[in-house]
Design a protein around this ligand. Structure first.
Ligand code: BTN
Length: 260
């Protein structure tokens, strides 16, 4: 049987910069784990990968299904010098890094569902959870944790009922070395983009890959659901939408989610 094992050596030898990598057997959440270490003088790009998460988290406190053998569950620590209001740009950079890495390792085309989901054939193969740790004195970021969860292979027994209609995996067959390759490609690209965040090299690509522009969507904020059309994405990564009464609004990713 083919074994696609994730390992520190397997990833490190494919990295463009010397970046500390830690691989854990099991953890509650790699984001939670790395967040606790933000003040530990860890360098930019420090990455933690778990083979399995017991409490993988998505946006809006949703669960992220993280069984072993079939995914990549990783968190990357960045120390960007940006205003906290621009944190969504990091999610956008990560989404493009994931899309490019998947396309470099497979024959699949990827799209992005604002703000943090990567899709193949309209189904989610990756979710991104970006969490900032703000220094109370300076009001700036001590660090930003970019959590990336990828369904590389379908879990044994399939996806759970609550996500089986919206989730998919990238590959149908296991290949040795694939998860290491994919992880390294993502880390290399995300570090490159984050070093020049102000240049926004990834941003045109982010918009071009958007699956929502021009589409009818449902805007969800707490219990409130409103029909709208997605018009465009602005340079702060906010989604401009038009509601049925023709009023327009820029949606901020922190408060609102959408349904296609
Ligand atoms: C989402 O779909 O809303 C985001 C999912 C993010 C999942 C990843 S898996 C690695 C990291 N650790 C977590 O607990 N969450 C992120």
């Amino acid at each position: 049987m083919i074994n696609d094992k994730i390992s520190v050596q397997g990833i490190s030898r494919l990295l463009s910069t010397a970046t500390p990598i830690e691989v854990l057997e099991t953890v509650n959440s790699t984001n939670t784990y790395l967040k606790r270490k933000v003040s530990d003088f860890l360098p930019d790009g420090t990455t933690v990968i778990a083979l399995r998460q017991t409490a993988g988290r998505g946006r809006f406190t949703r669960k992220f299904h993280s069984p072993e053998e079939c995914g990549i569950y990783m968190s990357i620590l960045l120390r960007p010098q940006i205003p906290t209001s621009e944190v969504t740009l990091i999610t956008a950079a990560a989404a493009v890094a994931v899309c490019e890495a998947i396309e470099a390792c497979s024959d699949k085309s990827t799209q992005i569902k604002w703000v943090n989901d990567v899709l193949i054939d309209s189904k989610k193969v990756c979710g991104i959870l970006t969490e900032g740790v703000i220094n109370p004195q300076s009001g700036k970021f001590d660090g930003v944790i970019v959590g990336i969860g990828i369904n590389v292979y379908e879990p044994l027994g399939g996806f759970p009922d609550d996500i089986k209609d919206i989730a998919s995996a990238i590959f149908s067959k296991k290949e040795a070395g694939l998860r290491n390759k994919l992880a390294a490609q993502i880390i290399n690209r995300l570090i490159k983009y984050s070093e020049n965040l102000g240049k926004k090299d990834f941003f045109e690509d982010y918009k071009n890959r958007s699956i929502v522009i021009g589409k009818p969507i449902t805007v969800i904020s707490g219990d409130c659901k409103l029909s709208a059309t997605a018009l465009s994405i602005d340079d702060k990564c906010r989604l401009l939408v038009e509601f049925s009464d023709k009023t327009q609004k820029h949606l901020d990713s922190g408060e609102i989610s959408i349904k296609l």
